[in-house]
Design a protein around this ligand. Structure first.
Ligand SMILES: [Zn+2]
Length: 271
């Protein structure tokens, strides 16, 4: 039950990110003010702590913002003047979801990009091979989906290297594109991925399919925000993605009706 409430809270924060930041700042300011009311002068540490919290928040923003290249270049979208958009699928391969998604893509003759987890790839290597055989691009999403904001540079390198090695073992060549789990990265995360010849790919269109909000909602969320060059974030792993698979035929048709072509991430031209 608590878990469900946490999920709802987390999704609210995600959807209202600037408001959540402003609200958090307001609560902190009030707390700093209210806690010290009985004191004649607010001690310096209260203001110091408050300013430090604001500073840390500001420094962390480019680590979690999928569109920010402040801490290193990331591909969040392609050129905004070309009618190309890319479907991307994270957290797979998955024995139930991935075949459904591959089937929907094949029927629509739509290319896509899969950011696979090394651990899952080793469990279902035939699905990774099927992705490539069917014309899709495979990128890496680390080995075990650890949040890299909680990792030292050493562990970060291990997570990325292990993920790459798993995919290289299956495909006989390493992938060239990398997406950090949750899109979260420190400046050194991007340094490390670059040193391993990986281009970091984030996203610009996020329908939050992990909420399982219904087939029509997934489709509507993508279309409401759709712009040329968009990289659309979807998932084939991490839970039941039947809705995502079911949304694909209608979504792909609607995207094409609007005059866009689907492309793999490596076919998008950089903005
Ligand atoms: Zn992920």
């Amino acid at each position: 039950m608590l878990r469900e409430e946490y999920r709802q809270w987390r999704d609210w924060v995600y959807e209202h990110y600037p408001w959540a930041y402003a609200l958090g700042t307001g609560v902190l300011a009030l707390a700093a003010w209210g806690l010290c009311r009985p004191l004649r002068r607010r001690p310096a540490w209260v203001w110091g702590g408050y300013m430090a919290t604001l500073g840390i928040g500001a420094l962390l923003e480019p680590c979690v913002d999928p569109a920010s290249s402040l801490y290193g270049s990331v591909l969040a979208h392609g050129r905004r003047d070309k009618p190309l958009v890319a479907l991307t699928f994270d957290d797979g391969p998955h024995p139930h979801n991935t075949p459904l998604i591959l089937e929907a893509l094949a029927k629509a003759q739509a290319p896509a990009t899969f950011f696979c987890l090394g651990s899952e790839a080793l469990s279902y290597p035939h699905l990774v091979r099927a992705m490539v055989a069917e014309g899709h691009l495979v990128g890496s999403h680390t080995f075990s989906h650890r949040n890299l904001l909680g990792c030292t540079p050493h562990t970060t390198r291990q997570e990325i290297e292990k993920g790459l090695l798993a995919l290289e073992t299956i495909l006989s060549r390493p992938p060239q594109y990398f997406r950090p789990p949750y899109g979260m990265r420190y400046p050194w995360t991007l340094e490390i991925s670059r040193s391993l010849a990986q281009e970091a790919v984030l996203w610009s269109n996020c329908p939050r399919d992990w909420q399982e909000p219904g087939v029509e909602t997934i489709k509507a969320r993508v279309l409401a925000a759709l712009q040329p060059g968009d990289i659309i974030l979807l998932h084939d792993g991490g839970g039941d993605r039947t809705q995502t698979a079911q949304a694909l035929p209608g979504l792909i048709a609607a995207i094409r009706e609007r005059g866009y072509q689907l492309a793999r991430v490596d076919q998008l031209e950089r903005a």
